[in-house]
Design a protein around this ligand. Sequence first.
Ligand code: TXA
Ligand code: MG
Length: 316
Amino acid sequence: MEYLDACDAGACLRAANLLSWGKNVVVPSETVYGLAGLARSDLGVAGIFKAKKRPSDNPLIVHVLGKNMAQELAHIEGLAERLMDHFWPGPLTILLPKKEGAALSSLVTAGLPQLALRAPSHPIFRELIAMTGPLAAPSANPSGAPSPTRPEHILANPPSGVDALLAAGPCACGLESTVVGIEHGHIIIHRPGMITSEALSAHAPTTILRDKEQSASPGLRHRHYAPKANLILNQPKPVQGQFHIAFGPSAHADFQLSASGDLAEAAQRLFHGLMEADRMGAKMASVAPIPNEGLGIAINERLQRAAAGGIVDVES
Ligand code: TXA
Ligand code: MG
């Protein structure tokens, strides 16, 4: 895997060239690192599924620069447009009816009628899209693992068959985008994420879909985010033999999500903390309780899925 430092002159152009040839590149975004391929190319999209060993029935988010590029690919009605105007560029993914004849590989939507669109705010990601056109990109983690939020996470566990890593330091948000659908003027949250339901509810009545089986997002039915260590949730204090991930003041934590109890800081550090447990070779890891409000809802959703033992399914 070629290492491209986004600070180097020509790094972005090199990554854009690789993508234009149907190759796959790990790219930075404000949420997590993504594994990108050209959305209009069967070769580029098939390479993503292969590298992640992702089931072909789990569709990919297509990243665009904004509303104009989105309009080429999907039908955008009033509420969707208002959400784009307010939250784009940023960590909101919107499910929309795909346009007939859109320049997209049919593999992207995995046979579903809707297309997931997001306009990222990361300047490097935007520079790439401006050169290549729409890019499909799931989180760049290997099967079932936490999503990478720093270049070293990719280097520690590189996905196979990927041509390059475009490295641009830690991701500012650290958690994936919120995935929403729109039904009869109502916002349905399929995956909680960086944009909270409170922020969305200023625009329309908002419902969080808690039953994963009902969700239109196939990725939510699968186990995900799991570190190698067994994970115990809601443990207020460190216990000997466990790698303890604290939230709020803690004298003996192995990793601190946020000493001041700030949920945005905890979100930014969450996947890094899970990966630190593995890097330290921990067999057991515990996480302090996180308030289940605002961004805490998305953090707890990730933690619950990371801790869910039993049936090991495929990832999203
Ligand atoms: O922040 C993010 O969203 C990151 C960055 C790279 O943009 N991407 C990401 O992609 O998290 P991924 O593939 O790991 O998760 C996307 C979720 C999955 O649960 C997938 O099933 C769902 O969105 N999804 C994608 N396209 C869909 C579609 N057409 N219909 C329904 N669900 C869809
Ligand atoms: Mg993912």
